[in-house]
Design a protein around this ligand. Structure first.
Ligand code: AR6
Length: 176
């Protein structure tokens, strides 16, 4: 856990679709905003068909973009859907990944959201190396923090002990 300028940043191991104390969870979406594998599968399964229906008119989205919907049957008020870059295809990959985190935080601010949980965007099916992606994620968050008025808690939800370890280490480096 790290605390900076009144904002709590933490990394936990768990399921992004099971964060009941968080106002907005972030989806590692596909361009069509449909159910998929990984994070998108877990979120859409828990949210139910209403989520797909609400998202349809907002699709397709481009790499780096973020859009917001309600949480439907999830315990969260909102879902912020981000399309991460496909590693080796969507370029500049580092800027597009940073755009996801920046745009998600800006949408959260626009909706007076106090707490947000991110998965490790692009690091599954889209193939972004975990460590490289984590460095971009925390550097972007660090740069956005001075602009945050409503967001008071940022959580990273990682799927494995190894991913958790990498994120904790890079978080410490970014904020030291
Ligand atoms: N909670 C937290 N993290 C998870 C979960 C979960 N329930 N499930 C997987 N992860 P991915 P991407 C981790 O593939 O790379 C989808 O099919 C996973 O281990 O969900 O942005 C969409 O439809 C990995 O580290 O997202 C898109 O087409 C990270 O979350 C595409 O995959 C992201 O994995 C998006 O690919």
């Amino acid at each position: 856990m790290h605390s900076t300028q009144g904002i709590k940043i933490e990394c936990v191991k768990g399921d992004i679709a099971d964060q009941p104390d968080i106002t907005a969870i972030v989806n590692a979406a596909n361009a069509e905003l449909r159910i998929g594998g990984g994070v998108a599968g877990a979120i859409h399964r828990t949210a139910g068909p209403g989520l797909t229906k609400e998202c349809r008119p907002m699709a397709p989205i481009k790499p780096g973009e973020a859009v917001i919907s309600s949480g439907h049957d999830l315990p969260n008020k909102y879902v912020i859907h981000c399309l991460g870059p496909v590693y080796g295809r969507d370029n500049p990959k580092d800027k597009l990944l940073a755009d996801c985190y920046r745009n998600a935080l800006r949408l959260a601010e626009k909706h007076d959201i106090d707490s947000i949980a991110f998965p490790a965007l692009s690091t599954g099916a889209f193939g972004y190396p975990m460590k490289e992606a984590a460095k971009i994620a925390f550097a972007t968050i660090r740069d956005e923090i001075p602009k945050l008025e409503f967001v008071k808690e940022i959580r990273f939800v990682l799927f494995s002990d190894e991913d958790l370890k990498v994120h904790q280490q890079i978080m410490e480096e970014a904020f030291s």
